[in-house]
Write a protein that binds this ligand. Structure first.
Ligand code: ZN
Length: 329
């Protein structure tokens, strides 16, 4: 069987795998980006992942026909190089993964921004199937976003379209790793929510947020904040509602520009637990509908992403498959 390989470069792990022509996962794995000894270069780790995929395909008797890569940062559409900023993995800026992996595998290679890959996966095989206009948000350590417009990824001539996480809503706001201030990501990522929860717990150690610290690590988890909010803790509810409110400002701004049918939200905050995560999605939906300017905003569907951490490599592999089929037409 012809199979498509996908690699998703993340801040901690490289996730990689193989999909069949219908998008089903045939194989998946992950590696620490710095290697187990902490010394390997990210590009070397990516090459090792590609070789592992080739080995798996050979042993399984499948024929790899394309490779797709999802990377942080914006991707120059002409040179395919990773452009700054890539605050979580600065060392990959300037790398040409397409050239490297063509040499490594002999396959046609496609590269796109990681959030675009996740959006494409949800559009083709996940929660957004059949919805030709959608916004896909991944809320984790940052706020990733990919826009599907008329069934195509919105990239723009420099590859930097659809970066909702780095739209500033306050130029005097907190410093963002991208260099700007007050980016949406600084208020709505899991990192931002946990920072606010940690501050609230320090202020009132006897409060519910102070009680949900992980016994082993001493850290507050997203699940802990969601649970505290679900149990009626006012500080936890306020933190989540404030993040939902600011995220809704960003989403509605995008809605007024691209008029999508749905927003699909994935990542730790939406996945944490179905019941508690729904609380957060409902808060976002309420703010969206309250402030919607147009029919588009009032009717906007808000859904949960379904492909989880696999979305990045599935989307990368699917984009590789699409590039190969359009090249052979
Ligand atoms: Zn930023």
């Amino acid at each position: 069987m012809d199979v498509h390989l996908g690699i998703d470069i993340g801040a901690t792990y490289v996730k990689f795998g193989v999909i069949d022509p219908d998008g089903h996962i045939e194989y998946s794995s992950r590696r620490l980006i710095k290697g187990d000894d902490g010394a390997a270069r990210a590009v070397d780790t990516v090459a090792v992942c590609a070789r592992e995929l080739l080995t798996w395909a050979a042993e399984a008797g499948h024929k790899p026909v394309s490779l797709g890569v999802g990377s942080p940062g914006t991707i120059n559409p002409i040179t395919h190089r990773v452009q700054p900023p890539s605050p979580n993995i600065p060392e990959i800026v300037g790398e040409d993964f397409v050239d490297l992996l063509k040499q490594e595998t002999g396959l046609p290679v496609m590269i796109d921004n990681d959030a675009n890959c996740a959006a494409w996966a949800e559009y083709r095989y996940g929660a957004g199937r059949g919805i030709d206009n959608l916004i896909c948000l991944t809320i984790g350590s940052g706020l990733g976003s990919g826009f599907i417009v008329n069934g195509q990824i919105l990239r723009g001539p420099t590859g930097s379209a659809g970066e909702l996480g780095h739209v500033s809503i306050d130029w005097d706001g907190p410093q963002c790793p991208c260099g700007n201030r007050g980016c949406l990501e600084n208020y709505t990522s899991a990192t931002a929510i946990l920072k606010a929860a940690d501050e609230a717990a320090r202020f009132d150690p006897q409060g519910l947020l102070g009680q949900v610290r992980d016994a082993d690590t001493g850290q507050i988890t997203v699940r802990g904040v969601l649970q505290a909010a679900k149990d009626g803790d006012p500080p936890a509810q306020m933190i989540l509602d404030d993040a939902a409110h600011k995220l809704a400002i960003g989403i509605l701004t995008a809605v007024n520009i691209v008029d999508p049918e749905a927003v699909i939200i994935g990542g730790g905050v939406a996945d944490a637990d179905v019941a508690a995560g729904s609380l957060w999605l409902n808060a976002i939906t309420a703010h969206l509908h309250r402030h919607a300017f147009s029919e588009a905003g009032q009717n906007l569907q808000v859904g949960r992403a379904v492909l989880g951490n696999d979305a990045g490599f599935i989307g990368a592999a699917a984009l590789g498959a699409q590039m190969r089929s359009s090249n052979s037409d």
